[in-house]
Ligand binder design. Structure first.
Ligand code: 13P
Length: 247
């Protein structure tokens, strides 16, 4: 059985005041795993605030190596040392704005696992790729690059987030049927290497998830929860989304 998960990707947003609001008031039952990905500077405030609750905190990115002369970067081992348990890897904004290639993303994925961080691998096609009928091949290539480097067994300790680029921050959500179809495809890609891993790996949907569409998305068979951007900074909205994922 795959436990539902809802993850909050704050991107480069948030403040101490917003952290305080979540620390003081956030409350969802334990049947859904909740992970916050705030900017690095706010990770300790959330970790300390959530210490007695089963809420996890992760980082939005790590460097491909653990230490050294890499000004501005943060290593996976440091993230673990600070108490983080997850890292996003390969978010579409890292791919498109910061030029991250499948190769670099695969290195980061492995670095995270070696340090003890669970990677949340983000995959997804652009609008143009979908219109050209290439959505599945793009996603298969993104996952294939990790399979080649890390192997199928690495997915036993990883989460996948399907985030169609055209749905991120646009207010245009993939329909439950569109999302379900891609999630089933992702599972089929994994199943070619190992059926058990394919069955057990959590696959989250991301892209304009809101309280008003969360329940119907999470009701789909292969959708195990969500990776939420904008709505995750709104306390009431995010609480409703988490409740929509709980059993
Ligand atoms: P939005 O929920 O703002 O569309 O962002 C999705 C996302 O990129 C989460 O990683």
């Amino acid at each position: 059985m795959r436990a539902p998960m809802v993850a909050a990707n704050w991107k480069m947003n948030g403040s101490r005041a917003i952290c305080r609001e979540f620390v003081e008031h956030f409350d969802v039952d334990g049947s859904v795993d909740v992970v916050f990905f705030p900017p690095f500077l706010y990770t300790s405030m959330l970790m300390e605030g959530f210490v007695s609750r089963s809420i996890s905190v992760g980082v939005q990115d790590v460097c491909h190596v653990n230490s050294g002369a890499y000004t501005g970067e943060i290593g996976a081992e440091m993230a673990v040392d600070s108490g983080a348990t997850y890292s996003l890897v390969g978010h579409s904004e890292r791919r498109s704005l910061f030029g991250e290639t499948d190769g670099l993303i695969a290195e980061k994925f492995t670095t995270c696992q070696q340090a003890g961080l669970t990677p949340v691998l983000c995959v997804g096609e652009s609008r143009e790729e979908r219109l050209d009928g290439r959505a599945e091949s793009v996603v298969a290539k993104q996952i294939g690059s990790i399979l080649r480097t890390a192997g199928i067994k690495a997915f036993a300790n990883a989460v996948i987030a399907y985030e169609p680029v055209w749905a991120i921050g646009t207010g245009e959500t993939a329909s439950p049927a569109q999302a379900q179809s891609m999630h089933a495809f992702i599972r089929a890609v994994l199943a070619k290497s190992d059926a058990t891993t394919a069955r057990n790996t959590r696959v989250l949907y991301g892209g304009s998830v809101k309280a008003s569409n969360a329940s119907e998305l999470f009701a789909e068979r292969d959708i195990d929860g969500g990776l939420v951007g904008g709505a995750s900074l709104e306390f009431k909205e995010f609480t409703k989304i988490c409740r929509a994922a709980s059993h």
